[in-house]
Write a protein that binds this ligand. Structure first.
Ligand code: GLC
Length: 431
């Protein structure tokens, strides 16, 4: 298939999933707005209809809470209340003072996007595409994370696997196992995801009961980050990498707006340093998640390669690239990177974040390889991404061994990031 045809199909997917001001990740499986999906989707819109990308973020940020947090899901009131579980009647955020749209205009996702970038402080040729009105909300979102979610060592904690975006990653198994939740937690509820995707590709019933129990406790504490509210606490290297990378982006936006940018650069550096000090294991050459006690969880997940997006010492870059090209991640030009160690004890070719290859995480690692001038590996990974969607379509994820498409079809971020790849010729120079 020619690039022009692939591009046309990707644009069609985004238009097909556009829903009055936002883009659904998938028409049937995910019929509302999801925060990090929207960030990736906006990057795709920026390549074809930038006004839609701006609206995508504005509609997400219109749901920002008074304390600065941006919800993981923004429910569309026009969609049947039981079309997705857990839906609005379960979360009940409307009962929380300061929730939903308390700050206007609002901020970006829990992990914000980077808009088409300019290194210069001169007027940007596309300055109307820059999210000036979004800046205060973006900053407030980060302020919330640094204020309420600090692990005490300069990193931000997540309090639900869903906040990581890698829901059933083996990185969370031990912490999740501490959550006591029987089948009764799900009684009276119906998992709508199983209407659309084979149960073998989704988190298990045990995992789901625990996910729901964690939300119930947080909800019963009014979503306040206070003692007792969190039954799950972890530090995710991917989450923190995106926080630091986004602080770099905020510094650039601040410069363009004439706002102070040094505090953003200082935060980016501090998070990067804390990742190196606590999450990086020099023996393994990989960034691991941390449990609630700050201990590294030695499971090799693709998010542990994501710190390549940041400024890193050369020996750390070398170690990450060696890990990526070795047997655990087996970088090649046919299939994107697996979400989890191909040789790991919990590896599963079909079950969601326990092995399958996802477009967004490989796209992030690709951006990291480009940053460090690792062009050979970047070219290989770019080819893997494009070959996979060309052959299998814009599926949600892919078998990490064969590249066969899995999950739903016409998945928005798979299409959006393809648009970005096609629009950006392979880099031959570091940033
Ligand atoms: C699943 C994924 C998550 C994504 C959401 C919507 O929960 O694990 O990363 O944001 O679906 O696509």
């Amino acid at each position: 298939m020619r690039d022009a045809d692939l591009r046309r199909q990707a644009v069609q997917v985004l238009h097909g999933n556009w829903e009055h001001g936002h883009t659904v990740p998938s028409r049937r499986l995910y019929p509302h707005q999801w925060s990090w999906d929207s960030a990736f989707i906006a990057i795709g819109w920026a390549r074809t209809a930038p006004g839609r990308g701006r609206r995508e973020l504005e509609s997400l940020l219109a749901a920002q809470w008074a304390d600065g947090r941006v919800p993981q899901i923004v429910f569309n009131p026009a969609v049947a209340r039981d079309a997705y579980f857990p839906g609005p009647d379960f979360w009940r955020s409307r009962d929380v003072p300061g929730a939903r749209g308390a700050r206007r205009p609002g901020s970006c996702s829990r992990r914000c996007t980077r808009w088409p970038r300019s290194r210069s402080t001169a007027p940007h040729p596309h300055s109307d595409a820059l999210p000036a009105p979004l800046y205060p909300g973006l900053k407030a979102q980060h302020d919330y994370l640094f204020r309420e979610r600090s692990d005490g060592h300069g990193l931000a904690v997540i309090v639900h696997p869903w906040e990581s975006g890698q829901d059933n990653s083996p990185a969370w198994d031990a912490e999740l196992a501490r959550v006591e939740a029987g089948a009764e937690v799900l009684a009276g509820h119906r998992r709508r995801d199983l209407d659309h995707v084979d149960a073998a590709e989704r988190p298990t019933a045990t995992d789901y009961a625990r996910y729901v129990a964690i939300v119930e406790t947080y909800r019963d504490h009014g979503y306040r980050d206070e003692p007792g509210a969190h039954r799950f606490v972890a530090v995710d290297p991917l989450f923190n990498t995106l926080l630091a990378w986004s602080e770099e982006a905020l510094a650039e936006i601040a410069d363009l707006l004439g706002e102070p940018s040094d505090p953003h650069r200082a935060r980016a550096t501090a998070v990067r340093d804390a990742l190196l000090a606590h999450s990086y294991d020099p023996g393994a050459g990989h960034f691991f998640s941390l449990d609630r006690h700050g201990e590294r969880v030695a499971q090799h997940c693709v998010g542990g390669l994501a710190p390549l997006l940041l400024d890193l010492p050369a020996d750390v870059v070398d170690a990450l690239v060696a890990g990526m090209t070795g047997p655990r991640f087996a970088l090649g030009d046919r299939v994107p990177l697996p979400s989890y160690d191909l040789t790991g004890p919990a590896f599963d070719t079909t079950r969601y974040w326990r092995g399958p290859a996802w477009i967004n995480t490989s796209w992030l690692v690709l951006r990291g390889l480009e940053r460090h001038g690792r062009h050979a590996e970047a070219t290989t990974l770019r080819a893997a991404l494009l070959n996979t969607v060309r052959e299998e379509g814009f599926r949600e994820y892919f078998d990490p061994l064969t590249g066969a498409g899995r999950g739903v079809a016409d998945f928005s971020w798979s299409a959006a990031l393809t648009l970005d790849l096609l629009a950006r010729p392979p880099r031959t120079r570091p940033w």
